[in-house]
Design a protein around this ligand. Sequence first.
Ligand SMILES: [Zn+2]
Length: 193
Amino acid sequence: MATVRLTKDQCQRDELPGLCARCGRPASTHIDRTFAWNPPWVGVFLLAGILPGVILLFATQRRLRVRLPMCERHLRHWRSPTTFTWIGLPVCLGIIVFGLFVLGEIHHGASPVANAGVFTFLAWIAVVGVWHSRLIRPERIDANGIVLTGVAEEFADAVEAMREESTPTRDYGEYDDEDRPARPRRNRYEGDD
Ligand SMILES: [Zn+2]
């Protein structure tokens, strides 16, 4: 998997290559997705207190809508983990409540079902955390655009090639200062699909 920078123009004018953002194979459709991002330091304030943390969370959040090309296989790239997340929570809580209050009442004590519910809940948290960390997600959103990680190497290469071909002398603001005169390079890390 790779990381790619998309300018606001590329996101809003549909100027992305016809390759699936996830696997790099030819894309057959698009997914409109609004990404949200907060500066990492906001997390410190969430630990310090829920109310100031939540206020800062809303005050500092940046959102950007991106029309990402996808293949048929990856049409449910975000939908499946989102469904699992929202169905899993009430299921786990339901098992715990059933074990504690229904079976606990019948057997006059703690039921093993309640313990099983707690273990299921912990497993659900772990699965959700790992699954969401492997999705295409924003690493940063700023005035210039968005940095997306978890995309295919082929997609990232095609995005940069298209940008260089279409606007070779364009001013990209702060990115230019960091990267010129060499070709802008994106971060890479090894990972599987
Ligand atoms: Zn794909």
